[in-house]
Design a binder for this molecule. Structure first.
Ligand code: IMP
Ligand code: MG
Length: 176
């Protein structure tokens, strides 16, 4: 890969404005609940979750999960839970926070797992979605932006653990 900076897809201001809109929407939709549990999917969500959670005007609690996918040829896309939440979500209102929905496998897996724990409600929020890549029919309740089939980085998203701290969302122009 080259040492060039990723090309800009969404500028910092564009992201910040959209995150504020999502925050207003979530705050309005959950204005009647005692507490909303935001569950971030590590690691890509960390900046989005930090910004979104600070835009909310409702009582909320933050928790995290981590999932890893086995990249084995025999069982493509097999997912494994590597960190669970600390919160017992039974009876709680839960919103899963993702950086990006690509095939939808991760979100599908998390919806099944968290759904089985009997939350009062379970919804999903993702900053980005690649509609052309979707394999699983997953419901997305709050969406930042739909994007084309590109590898995007920045604002928490990485390529081989690089670029996470970029304030904008960019894409890598070379095929990597
Ligand atoms: P899915 O299970 O295929 O929907 O993929 C979900 C995960 O793959 C995301 O949470 C990201 O961690 C990663 N991912 C997919 N596409 C991209 C991308 O363009 N940039 C960075 N990470 C990505
Ligand atoms: Mg992710």
């Amino acid at each position: 890969m080259s040492h060039n900076e990723p090309a800009v897809l969404f500028a910092e201001e564009t992201i910040q404005q959209r995150v504020k809109e999502l925050g207003r929407q979530v705050s309005a939709d959950y204005s009647a609940v005692d507490e909303l549990v935001l569950i971030g999917v590590l690691r890509g969500c960390y900046i989005f979750l930090a910004d979104l959670s600070r835009c909310l005007t409702i009582p909320r609690r933050i928790d995290f999960m981590a999932v890893s996918s086995y990249e084995q040829k025999t069982t493509p896309g097999t997912l494994r839970l590597i960190m669970d939440t600390r919160t017992d979500i039974a009876g709680k209102h839960v919103l899963i926070i993702e950086d990006i929905v690509d095939t939808g496998r991760t979100l599908h897996y998390l919806l099944e797992m968290l759904g089985s724990r009997k939350p009062a409600s379970l919804r999903t929020c993702t900053l980005l979605r690649k509609p052309d890549r979707l394999e699983k029919d997953v419901q997305i309740d709050y969406l930042g932006f739909d994007i084309p089939d590109l590898w995007v980085v920045g604002y928490g998203l990485d390529y081989a653990d690089r670029f996470r701290a970029l304030p904008y969302i960019g894409f890598l122009e070379e095929d990597c």
